[in-house]
Design a protein around this ligand. Sequence first.
Ligand SMILES: Nc1ncnc2c1ncn2[C@@H]1O[C@H](COP(=O)(O)OP(=O)(O)OP(=O)(O)O)[C@@H](O)[C@H]1O
Length: 233
Amino acid sequence: MNELIKIEALTKNYQRFKALDGVNLQIEKGKIIGLLGPNGSGKTTLIKVITGLLKQYDGKVYIDGKLISYDSKSVISYLPDQLYFDSWMKIKDVKRYFKDMFSDFNVDKFDSLMTTFKIEDRKYIKKLSKGNQEKLQLALILSREAKIYIFDEPIGGVDPALRDTILNAIMAHHTPESTIILSTHQIYDVENLFDQVIFLKEGKVLLHEDLDKVLEASGKSLLETFKEVFRYV
Ligand SMILES: Nc1ncnc2c1ncn2[C@@H]1O[C@H](COP(=O)(O)OP(=O)(O)OP(=O)(O)O)[C@@H](O)[C@H]1O
């Protein structure tokens, strides 16, 4: 089965505000997908639904062929953008925690990523720089042998050199069996990585298409296309 995520008529209201409005999506395996849209378009809300953090909504969400449930977490590797660690925790503690929590957590992969990122095990997480915290988060996500990897702004607020390191690590760990969903505003840096893009606007899917087709139809870069589609009046 090629379909890893299927979403039918998904609507999410926050009180009377519609954050997601009748979203239908089918996401296949083996893809790298850019989830793009302006501030407030519903990207994080959609990610929270797919990852099971938000449970109150209308519509149906299937993960790996089954209606979303607590078990769906076993095929999705995701960390919320705000990570909360106790002040006593060192990297080796969070590694142990992940090993206990997720049977698919690959310790060797984690250690190798931390070596690549030059971060030592005995460091306190709270004392890491923002960039190193981003790298730790990335290593935790990538070290699971999951089917779906979701990144919400993995390169927000990091320097351009680190951006490349992070994007290279994501690319290096991608397999034909897994799908990556990457939400970002840094379109210029990532547009060559995507197989497909999803444009969200005011809670609706404006476009879900192969990147090649989008570029061919517009005759412009993805960044230029994005700016044109979402231009503020
Ligand atoms: N808990 C909440 N209560 C009320 N409104 C919310 C809540 N969470 C999100 N919203 C609203 O829902 C809309 C979609 O928010 P969401 O965070 O999904 O957008 P986004 O596309 O991820 O934005 P950004 O690019 O700025 O991160 C926004 O208008 C936001 O203000």
